[in-house]
Design a protein around this ligand. Structure first.
Ligand SMILES: [Zn+2]
Length: 208
């Protein structure tokens, strides 16, 4: 069983998550976009020595901005899809230049993965779904009835496809892949409120 804590971080109000495997207390952090008091408190509460991975859904500054500061606290490896790994080093691709107001080169990821990669956190398994469209290496993480979708899927919407590496054609394919998964999932999105696959199958205007 997992419990998920959402922390809204940074001026873009990105959703950062701390996911805890209840059986063991081991944790993963997803998308530390910026540091704030709430995130610092949540890390303390989880335990600085409890983190196994920092999992990134994509390379944009509002999702990766606090990687260095978080790593100083929890010393866990950072993982990103291989197609978004170069963007961490490119302020044009990670949007820290165009949108963030401060061109930033982020640290190299420790782990560069491809579709289907799994991450074990205690007894919980996170499985990567490569869902390009918002960026070339955008990914969702699936675990126990929950999907962490980054900026691929939003409540009745999808992420923008006009940034470097974006593609509306690939976004539609990725959306179809997600909505075609068997059964229902709670979906924690990279911004705004959460949703479910069943709701998006009914209401998402980008299907097709
Ligand atoms: Zn993004």
């Amino acid at each position: 069983m997992i419990t998920t804590k959402k922390i809204v971080v940074g001026p873009m109000e990105a959703n950062c998550f701390i996911v805890r495997d209840e059986a063991t207390g081991r944790c993963a952090m997803i998308d530390p976009g910026a540091m704030n008091d709430a995130l610092r408190d949540a890390i303390e509460e989880a335990g600085v020595d409890k983190f196994d991975y920092i999992l990134l859904t994509h390379c944009h500054f509002d999702h990766v901005g606090a990687v260095s500061r978080v790593k100083e606290l929890i010393d866990a490896p950072v993982a990103i899809h291989k197609d978004d790994a170069p963007g961490l080093r490119d302020p044009y691709v990670n949007l820290s230049g165009p949108l963030g107001g401060c061109k930033t080169i982020y640290p190299e990821a420790d782990i560069r993965f491809t579709d289907g990669q799994t991450f074990h956190v205690g007894e919980t398994v996170f499985t990567v779904l490569h869902t390009p469209g918002h960026t070339a290496g955008s990914c969702c993480y699936r675990a126990e009835g929950v999907i962490f979708a980054g900026d691929t899927l939003f409540y009745e919407s999808v992420g923008r496809t006009d940034f470097p590496g974006g593609s509306l054609r690939l976004m539609r394919q990725s959306l179809n892949r997600l909505l075609g998964l068997e059964g229902d999932y709670l979906v924690y999105t990279g911004h705004y409120q959460h949703t479910t696959l069943s709701h998006e199958r009914e209401c998402n205007p980008y299907i097709g």
